[in-house]
Design a protein around this ligand. Structure first.
Ligand code: ADP
Ligand code: MG
Length: 569
């Protein structure tokens, strides 16, 4: 017979390999236990990135002498009992294998004292033997210490990164968990360096500030949408703030940090056209739904989950993101909530009534009154810089808007709406405009008559590199006539050349070419009233932040930033 049963120690090591991949996974399991034990404060200490030592202290429920002996055995758990429990898991752990796995591949020591009792106990475990429980001294709560991870598993140890790399992984685990539980106090020490100090906070923005810094916290936009038992809430970054990778995106499903391709995809697509490709938003998104709608038992490290109805969750997320990103307020309400901001503005709400705002800016409106400029919105144009940028005051912040890109965006959206409805308003020229292009370009333009008509351009082939332009979209005709048609058609010919067949992408490019041609140019002086009108129209768009190519339209300098630069804070 060639088949034999593995001895317990070897089987344990093999099983441990699935759960404990590296120090960060041990840290995750140990800390999840602290949270399941309802701890209010968790202190993590690492040495050599956790390879040398991981020590976690909590002030949770604790374990008595008997529990201590059992907790390190495989399939030992206090979290589920019967099969139906698997359908509605409310704790982070449930598999009963983390401590057993850590014990199999390290030198483990646990000291614990249950809440409301006087005596602590300690056990020491390695794959080979168990020592204890022996009486020990400790405040209520539990300390778990794992030394020399993988000391008995050289194959695994060889695959570990440098202590620095392993530390970065563990650090990320702690930060994600900290973001998932703002009401818990966290600290993380590496060697003799304190790398995170996050006392409990009331709300997520506070925690985001502790983890990513106050600047980031201020640049986050809230989301909050509920539908049929699914609630999506949290914070996502303004288009100005972005990262080069997805690492700062966190989804917590019923309090559990998870990675989920579907959710990531929805997040990415919400920023499509707002961020360039290769840029990623930051996000801390909590999704809460009935426990029985989530299957958590699909991954040994519990990093992935399965939704009973993924589409519904994705749709709710999508709606929450759309709502926040198309909100007309570029300035994050968080910004206003910072202590130095005026409390007069109702900060908790995303919507700020124009009336309330008008009262606030009342004294500064005189210049506009003199020029007869109506200020309806919360944005007040205050002038032009380099005849290219509009300076705008908005809720105590300075916004700088690129006039050309803003106008292009407005025209593009209008034109696209018209062409989608199949009714681009055209202006007929009484005298057709002659456009002369190199022979091939002219032929190409003429050959695409039908496509051009879809966007409101009517031409007639004249021969010899000349064609006659008979009608043009009314929206753009006047401005374009001033700028001339020659150059525009050269660019259109180029587009057609490259695109050959007119696809939707090409069609959008064509629209943006037209919008660009007619939009007010950089270097053009604009009266204040026009500036204001442009700003107001821009703000009516679904996405006023960036043009279809991802170019930035609005750049915000917060009032706070200005105060800081001038040493007022
Ligand atoms: P699981 O978390 O899946 O139940 P673990 O192996 O992680 O399995 O832990 C086994 C048990 O040990 C837990 O169910 C819990 O009762 C107990 N335990 C572990 N860590 C702690 C802790 N920090 N405080 C209180 N009890 C703990
Ligand atoms: Mg556990």
């Amino acid at each position: 017979m060639k088949i034999r049963l593995l001895n317990d120690a070897l089987a344990g090591k093999i099983a441990a390999g699935e759960v404990i991949e590296r120090p960060a996974s041990a840290v995750k399991e140990i800390v999840e236990n602290c949270l399941d034990a309802k701890s209010e404060s968790i202190a993590v200490e690492l040495e050599q990135g956790g390879i040398g030592r991981i020590a976690v202290r909590d002030d949770g429920e604790g374990m008595d002498k008997d529990d201590l002996v059992v907790c390190v055995q495989r399939h030992a758990t206090s979290k589920i009992e019967r099969e139906p429990d698997l359908d509605r898991i409310a704790t982070l752990g449930f598999r009963g294998e983390a401590l057993a796995s850590i014990a199999a591949v390290s030198r483990l020591r646990i000291i614990s004292r249950p809440r409301g009792t006087e005596q602590a106990h300690e056990i020491r475990v390695t794959a080979e033997d168990v020592e204890g429980p022996l009486p020990a001294a400790r405040a209520p709560g539990t300390t778990v210490e794992a030394r020399e991870l993988f000391f008995n598993l050289p194959a695994r140890a060889r695959f570990l990164g440098t202590p620095r790399t392993e530390f970065l992984h563990a650090n990320r685990v702690i930060r994600r968990l900290a973001l998932s539980r703002p009401s818990v106090s966290w600290s993380l020490t590496h060697g003799d360096r304190r790398v995170l100090e996050a006392p409990r906070v009331e709300d997520l923005p506070g925690r985001i500030g502790q983890v990513y810094g106050a600047e980031v916290a201020r640049a986050m936009i809230p989301i909050d949408t509920s539908s049929e038992g699914i609630r999506v809430s949290g914070f996502i970054s303004q288009p100005d703030l972005r990262r080069g990778n997805r690492r700062d995106q966190l989804f917590c499903v019923n309090g559990r940090p998870v990675s989920d391709r579907g959710l990531s995809y929805v997040l990415a697509s919400a920023y499509h056209g707002i961020l360039r490709s290769g840029s990623y938003p930051l996000a801390v998104i909590h999704i809460d739904l009935p426990f029985e709608h989530v299957e958590v038992n699909v991954h040994p490290r519990k990093e992935e989950i399965r939704f009973a109805e993924p589409r519904r969750v994705q749709e709710t997320l999508h709606r929450a993101l759309q709502g926040a990103l198309s909100s007309r307020y570029v300035v994050s309400p968080l910004l206003l909530a910072s202590p130095s901001a005026q409390p007069a503005v109702e900060t908790a709400k995303t919507e700020i009534s124009p009336l309330a705002f008008r009262q606030k800016v009342g004294t500064t409106r005189n210049a506009h009154e003199a020029e007869n400029v109506r200020v309806d919105s919360e944005r007040r144009a205050i002038g032009q810089l380099l005849r290219t940028y509009l300076l705008v005051e908005c809720l105590g912040h300075l916004e700088i808007i690129d006039q050309h890109i803003a106008h292009e965006r407005i025209l593009f959206e209008q034109l696209r709406r018209q062409s989608r409805q199949g009714e681009v308003a055209r202006q007929q020229f009484l005298l057709p405009v002659r456009v002369e292009l190199p022979f091939e370009s002219a032929t190409l333009v003429a050959a695409n008559q039908e496509q051009l008509e879809r966007v409101g351009i009517v031409i007639e082939e004249f021969g010899g590199g000349t064609f006659l332009l008979r009608a043009f979209p009314s929206l753009l005709a006047e401005a374009q006539s001033r700028h001339g048609f020659q150059e525009l058609f050269e660019r259109i010919a180029e587009l057609l050349e490259r695109g050959k067949k007119v696809s939707d992408v090409l069609f959008d490019r064509l629209l943006s070419e037209l919008a660009c041609g007619a939009a007010i140019k950089a270097g053009t002086r604009m009266p204040l009233a026009e500036q204001q009108a442009l700003v107001d129209r821009l703000m009516q768009l679904d996405n006023p932040y960036t043009c279809p190519h991802g170019r930035r339209i609005i750049f915000t300098i917060s009032g706070e930033e200005l105060d800081r630069r001038f040493g007022r804070t």
